[in-house]
Unconditional design. Structure first.
Length: 295
């Protein structure tokens, strides 16, 4: 059907496009600004002269970060933590959400466990009991301390549970009639129909594991065990006082500043998530559920 656009509708479309472009620029500008500061020279960055384009050109901050062998080690630890943490959290979250989504006649303790989860989400035991628990399991200074330390995000459990509850009940009944058990219903019915919410939760968990630095600072005893975010959080430009410097050290200090170095840290830390996000973006716009029930 051909629809004639009035002046008001055309004005609305134009304003809508302009607004969307402004929102897009407001999201992209911080990334571009961070990159510009990281590759600008020291004096321009410290003076706050960098706005829409880099002033001067210097890759010294990136050389300073990448030149350290601990950088690649921490990068690999972060990759391990993100992959293992996402897999573990998704597995535990789905296995917790599925029984909580069942009717009370099938899981009589459902409401009791729900109250426990809500209480744990609102109140926690604090940093010291959490640390002592990790210590008692002998996980200090290991990758599993980072993976298991926050392995059960309760908000995500509730999110997936509510999604499971909103799936058509006819799917579950049809699977039972066909002789499917609870495990078959979960993996062959619920999970295929829940790809959008599972992809969103997986993104939330992976971003958390990639960006989190405090656990690495508390649970790791040596710097060679630090994940990437903890590593770059610990990086500072240290200028020795009362000691003689070589000409190469003076040159590096003249080109390097905390502002440019910190911008380089932030930009490097953002790149992996920016690469992964487009592959999961399609699930956010593909619809609420995949599949339907024919009447």
């Amino acid at each position: 059907m051909v629809r004639n656009k009035t002046l008001g509708s055309r004005t609305f479309d134009t304003a809508n496009v302009v607004l969307q472009v402004l929102l897009l620029l407001s999201c992209l500008y911080p990334l571009w600004y961070t990159l510009c500061v990281s590759i600008s020279n020291k004096s321009a960055a410290n003076a706050g002269l960098v706005t829409f384009y880099p002033i001067g050109f210097s890759l010294t901050p990136y050389k300073e970060i990448i030149g350290d062998k601990l950088f690649f080690n921490s990068f690999w630890i972060s990759i391990q933590r993100t992959v293992l943490g996402t897999i573990f959290s998704m597995l535990v979250t789905v296995l917790m959400a599925y029984p909580l989504a069942r009717p009370r006649r099938e899981f009589k303790m459902r409401n009791t466990f729900m109250w426990i989860l809500v209480f744990c989400m609102l109140f926690n035991g604090g940093l010291i009991p959490w640390y002592l628990t990790i210590q008692q399991y002998h996980l200090i200074n290991s990758i599993w301390a980072l993976v298991l330390g926050g392995g059960v995000p309760i908000f995500n459990v509730i999110l997936i549970m509510n999604f499971f509850r909103n799936l058509p009940k006819d799917l579950n009944e049809a699977a039972i009639v066909d002789g499917a058990g609870p495990w078959s219903i979960l993996f062959r019915v619920y999970i295929p129909c829940s790809v959008p919410v599972l992809a969103a939760v997986a993104l939330f968990i992976s971003v958390y594991h990639w960006n989190e630095f405090f656990n690495g600072l508390v649970l790791m005893n040596t710097s060679d065990k630090y994940p990437l975010q903890t590593y770059i959080q610990q990086l500072v430009v240290n200028i020795p006082v009362g000691t003689s410097l070589t000409p190469e050290q003076y040159k590096k200090l003249s080109e390097l500043s905390n502002r440019t170095l910190n911008s380089a840290k932030v930009f490097i830390a953002m790149v992996p998530m920016l690469v992964v996000y487009p592959f999961l973006q399609k699930y956010f716009v593909s619809g609420i559920t995949l599949g339907a029930v024919k009447e």
